[in-house]
Write a protein that binds this ligand. Structure first.
Ligand code: GLC
Length: 788
C-alpha cells in the first residue's frame, strides 16, 4: 500500500531543490552556500575527502555521527576557493569541486581534469522528511562495496537498501541483509571514488535502475549528509574511508585458526568428543563455538544445568588441549517477571529495555519465546551488558558470538504463529540517564535512527566489556548485524547461508564486497549452515573456506553433521590438507590482519583491488586474492574439474606445479577434487610455518620463506599474538626483498625492527624451483644469493 500525502503517493510528490546561491561564507574548513531558505555546506577534511551537507530549512541540526570521526579530528588541509560568474570552485591538492551558482549542483575533477561524482538533475532534493542526491554514472563505471550483499561482485543496475534485517533464507536476489553499510566504491580505469552516505536512517542506493546513467541515494531523514572520497585506487579510498569510520583492532592470533561450530554441540560429552576427534585425527582446530543450547532455556548469561553442569571444568580441559571456547549471546532477554532471572530483573530495575513511545515495554519473540531488548544506544546499558560477560570470562570463555542483533524479533519456535511484529520506529532509544564521555543527555533518538545501529552497538558493548574484563588479553568478537564502522568492534559472518553450490560461489563476492566496505575480518559458514552438504560440496567449500579471513564451519539444527570427518576418508583428507595449508600460511595471514588494522586494506579481495585499471577484473567474482601475493581460482560447481582462470598483467606461478605464465592471459586450470587452483605473483615472498594443531601449540620455528623469482618485497609482522602489548609497540617487522637478474637472484633480509623480542630460530629460504638455503635468524640483516 503506498502512503498518501495530499493527492499524491509519497513517491510521486515533487522533489524540492536548491535555488540559486545568494551568499557564500568560508569557515576554517568549510564553505557555506546560502540558497534562499535552504543551505548547502561543503567541508574539506583532507585533500581527497569532502563532506557535503544540505539543510532544507537553512539550519543544520546538531549531527550525531554514529560511525564517523568528528570533523574536528581531521587536520585541515589547505584549499582554495575561487569564484567565477557561474560557479564557485574549491580546489585541494588532489581534487577540484565545482558548485553551480544557479542550482547548487556539484561536480568533482581529479588533477588531470577527469570528472567524477557529477551531480545529475535535480542534484539534491527533499520531500516529506526524505532527502536524496543524484549523480551521473560514467559509461565504463562499476560499483562495489555496499556492505553485505548477495549476488555477484559489481552492483551496477541494482537497487540496494540499507536496513538491517534477519535475512533468513537469503538468495542472490535478496536486498536487505543483516549488515547495513551505506558505502560504495565507483571505479573505472584511472578514476575511483567512494561515497559514504552518512545516515543511519533507512536509506537506499539506486544504481542506474530507475534512471539509466544516473545513480541516486535517498534516506528517510530531513538533512542530506554524505562524504566523497577520491582514490583513484580502491586501496586509497579504503584507507581514507577507514580513517573516517575506524579500523579493526588486531584479534588474538588463535582467531585466525580453524573454528568449529554447530547448532548445537549440545552437551559437555558431545563437546569433549568433538575436541578429541580433532586431535586424534590430526585436523588442526583452535576454536569451538557453543550455540544456544548451552543456555538454560535460552536465557542469556546462564548455563543449562543438565547439558552443561560444569562449564568451567569443560572449558579448562578444552584449553589444556589447545581449544578456545566461544559462546553465543543473543540480545533478546527472556521476559520473565518474578522468576529470579537476574538479567531480566536487573534490566527492569534500571529500565534498560526499549519501551514503545507510549511507555510500555516492547517485546518480540525469539529463542526464549517472549523477549525484551536492551537499549544499546545508552552508554549505561552498554556498560551493564558488557559487565554481564564476567560470568563467562571468569570461567575462561575467550570470545563472544553476537547473534540475532538486527534485531530479530519474529522467531517463534515455541510460540504461536501470529502476525509479524515490527519494531515501532518511534520507540525512543538512547539518551543516557547519566552524561558520560560518549553519550550526551540530549542524544535521545527514535528506533528509526537507531535500528541500523542495534548490532553495532551490541558488538561495541561486548567488545568494550571484554576489554575491561580481560585487560591484557585480546578477545574474539563476532556479530551478525552491524553498521558502517562495525570493524572497530567485531568480526562479521554472513548469517544463515545454505549448503548450496551457488551459496559457495556467492561467498567470495559477498566477502570481497564486505572487504571493500572496510570490514576485513569476515567469513561465511563453511559447508553451508542450512540444508545438507554433499561430500563434494563440503570438500570444495573447505578449500574456499581456507581463504576466508574468518574460517568457521557451522551447520543448523536437524541438518546432517558437517564436521571435516563426516563425509568419509577422501573428504576428510581434503579438509585436513586445506586446514593444514591455512595453518602453514598463518604468518602471512597474520601480517595481512596487521595491514588491515593499520591501513584498512581488505585481507580477502577481488582482483580489481590490485588491478584497478584492468577492466577484465571488474566483474571477475570467482577469483580472489588473499593479500596481494596469493590468488585463488576455486571450483564451485559439482562435477567440474576444469575452469578458466584469468591472469592479469605480470608473471604468475602455479602454486602446486611451479609452472609460470605471462599475463594478461586466460588459462584452463585442471582441478580434480583434491586441488584448488592457486597462483602466486612473480616476486612474491610468502612466510610459512610448520603445521600445528592449534596456533599456540609451539613457537614459530622454522620459518619458511617461499619465494618466487621476480622482484618484490614483503614485510612480516610478528607480536605475542594475544595481548595488547602491540599497542605499546611490542611488535617486530622484518622486510624481505627478492631481486632477480639473468643468472642470479638475491634475497635480502633487512634488520628486524621493533621492540618485541623473538627467540632465535631457523629460517629456510626456498626459492621455488631453484633450491633452498637455511640460516639462523637472529634479527640481523642478511643477503642470500641463488644462482639460476
Ligand atoms: C541464527 C544464527 C545461526 C545460529 C542460530 C541458532 O539462525 O544465524 O548461526 O546457529 O540462530 O542460534
Amino acid at each position: 500500500m503506498p502512503q498518501y500525502f495530499g493527492q499524491l503517493p509519497i513517491n510521486e510528490q515533487p522533489w524540492q531543490t536548491l535555488s540559486a546561491i545568494q551568499g557564500i561564507s568560508q569557515q576554517e574548513h568549510s564553505v557555506r552556500f546560502d540558497c534562499g531558505k535552504s543551505c548547502l555546506q561543503i567541508n574539506v577534511l583532507a585533500s581527497n575527502l569532502i563532506r557535503v551537507r544540505l539543510a532544507p530549512t537553512g539550519e543544520f541540526t546538531p549531527r550525531r555521527s554514529w560511525a564517523v570521526t568528528n570533523d574536528a579530528a581531521w587536520q585541515i588541509p589547505s584549499f582554495e576557493v575561487k569564484e567565477t560568474e557561474t560557479t564557485v570552485e574549491i580546489q585541494t591538492e588532489q581534487l577540484r569541486v565545482v558548485v553551480q551558482r544557479k542550482n547548487g549542483q556539484i561536480a568533482c575533477y581529479d588533477s588531470a581534469n577527469r570528472p567524477f561524482a557529477i551531480d545529475a538533475d535535480p542534484g539534491m532534493g527533499w520531500r516529506l522528511g526524505t532527502t536524496a542526491a543524484w549523480k551521473k554514472i560514467a559509461a565504463d563505471e562499476h560499483f562495489y562495496g555496499f556492505g553485505e550483499r548477495t549476488g555477484l561482485l559489481d552492483k551496477r543496475s541494482e537497487v540496494k537498501t540499507n536496513w538491517t534485517t534477519d535475512a533468513l533464507d537469503y538468495g542472490s536476489l535478496t536486498d536487505e541483509m543483516y549488515q547495513a553499510i551505506p558505502f560504495f566504491i565507483a571505479l573505472r580505469p584511472e578514476v575511483g571514488y567512494g561515497i559514504f552516505f552518512n545516515t543511519t536512517f533507512w536509506s537506499r542506493f539506486d544504481i542506474g535502475v530507475t534512471q539509466p546513467g544516473i545513480w541516486q541515494m535517498e534516506t528517510h531523514t530531513g538533512e542530506l549528509d554524505y562524504y566523497i572520497i577520491y582514490g583513484p585506487t580502491p586501496a586509497e579510498i579504503l584507507a581514507t574511508y577507514t580513517q573516517l569510520t575506524g579500523r579493526m583492532p588486531l584479534p588474538p592470533k588463535w582467531a585466525l585458526g580453524y573454528h568449529q561450530c554447530r547448532w548445537s554441540y549440545e552437551s559437555e560429552t558431545v563437546v569433549r568428543e568433538l575436541a578429541k576427534e580433532f586431535r586424534d585425527r590430526r585436523i588442526p582446530c583452535d576454536v569451538i563455538h557453543l550455540d544456544i543450547d548451552y543456555m538454560r532455556g535460552y536465557r542469556v548469561f546462564t548455563w543449562s544445568p543438565q547439558r552443561f553442569p560444569h562449564p568451567g571444568k569443560l572449558i579448562q580441559q578444552l584449553a589444556e588441549d589447545g581449544f578456545k571456547t566461544v559462546t553465543i549471546i543473543d540480545p533478546g532477554v527472556k521476559y520473565e517477571p518474578e522468576a529470579d532471572y537476574s538479567v531480566f530483573d536487573q534490566g527492569i530495575a534500571h529500565d534498560y529495555f526499549i519501551r514503545k513511545a507510549q511507555g510500555q515495554l516492547f517485546h518480540g519473540y525469539v529463542w526464549p519465546d517472549k523477549a525484551v531488548f536492551p537499549d544499546f544506544m545508552r552508554a549505561d546499558v552498554r556498560q551493564w551488558w558488557g559487565e554481564l560477560h564476567k560470568s563467562l570470562t571468569d570461567i575462561g570463555i575467550a570470545g563472544i558470538w553476537n547473534d540475532m542483533n538486527e534485531p530479530a524479533i519474529n522467531d517463534r519456535p515455541f510460540g504461536d504463529e501470529g502476525d509479524k511484529i515490527w519494531f515501532p520506529l518511534d520507540a525512543p532509544q538512547g539518551g543516557a540517564r547519566e552524561e558520560t564521555e560518549d553519550v550526551a543527555l540530549d542524544e535521545r533518538v527514535t528506533h528509526a535512527e537507531a535500528h541500523n545501529l542495534y548490532g553495532s552497538m551490541m558488538a561495541r558493548s561486548c567488545a568494550e566489556g571484554l576489554e575491561k574484563l580481560r585487560p591484557n588479553e585480546r578477545s574474539f568478537v563476532l556479530t551478525r548485524s552491524g553498521y558502517a564502522g562495525i570493524q572497530r568492534w567485531s568480526s562479521v559472518w554472513m548469517g544463515d547461508n545454505h549448503s548450496l553450490w551457488d551459496h559457495l560461489e556467492m561467498s567470495l563476492p559477498m566477502l570481497c564486497n564486505m572487504g571493500l566496505s572496510g570490514v576485513a575480518f569476515v567469513g561465511c559458514d563453511v559447508g553451508g549452515f542450512a540444508s545438507n552438504a554433499t561430500a563434494e560440496l563440503f570438500a570444495r567449500w573447505m578449500q574456499v573456506g581456507m581463504l576466508y579471513p574468518l574460517m568457521r564451519a557451522h551447520s543448523a539444527l536437524t541438518t546432517a553433521q558437517h564436521e571435516p570427518w563426516s563425509f568419509g576418508d577422501r573428504t576428510e583428507k581434503i579438509c585436513r590438507e586445506y586446514i593444514n595449508l591455512r595453518y602453514q600460511l598463518l604468518p602471512y595471514i597474520y601480517t595481512l590482519f596487521w595491514e588491515a588494522a593499520t591501513t584498512g586494506a581488505p585481507i580477502l579481495r577481488p582482483l580489481l583491488y590490485d588491478f584497478p585499471n584492468d577492466p577484465l577484473t571488474y566483474t571477475l567474482h570467482d577469483q580472489v586474492l588473499l593479500g596481494s601475493s596469493l590468488m585463488a581460482a576455486p571450483i564451485y560447481r559439482p562435477g567440474v574439474e576444469h575452469r578458466a582462470v584469468y591472469l592479469p598483467e605480470g608473471t604468475w606461478y602455479d602454486w602446486w606445479s611451479g609452472e609460470s605464465y605471462t599475463g594478461p592471459t586466460h588459462i584452463l586450470a585442471h582441478a580434480p577434487l583434491e586441488k584448488m587452483p592457486l597462483y602466486v605473483k612473480a616476486g612474491a615472498i610468502i612466510p610459512m610455518q610448520p603445521v600445528m594443531q592449534y596456533v599456540d601449540e609451539r613457537s614459530l620455528d622454522p620459518l619458511t620463506l617461499r619465494v618466487w623469482q621476480g622482484d618484490g618485497e614483503f614485510t612480516l609482522y610478528e607480536d605475542d599474538g594475544h595481548t595488547f602489548a602491540y599497542k605499546d609497540n611490542a611488535y617486530t617487522t622484518t622486510k624481505f626483498r627478492i631481486n632477480t637478474e639473468e643468472n642470479q637472484a638475491t634475497f635480502e633480509i633487512n634488520q628486524r625492527e621493533g621492540s618485541w623480542l623473538l627467540p632465535s630460530r631457523e629460517v629456510i629460504v626456498e626459492l621455488v624451483g631453484v633450491g633452498e638455503q637455511r640460516l639462523n635468524d637472529n634479527g640481523t640483516a642478511r643477503q642470500l644469493v641463488f644462482n639460476l
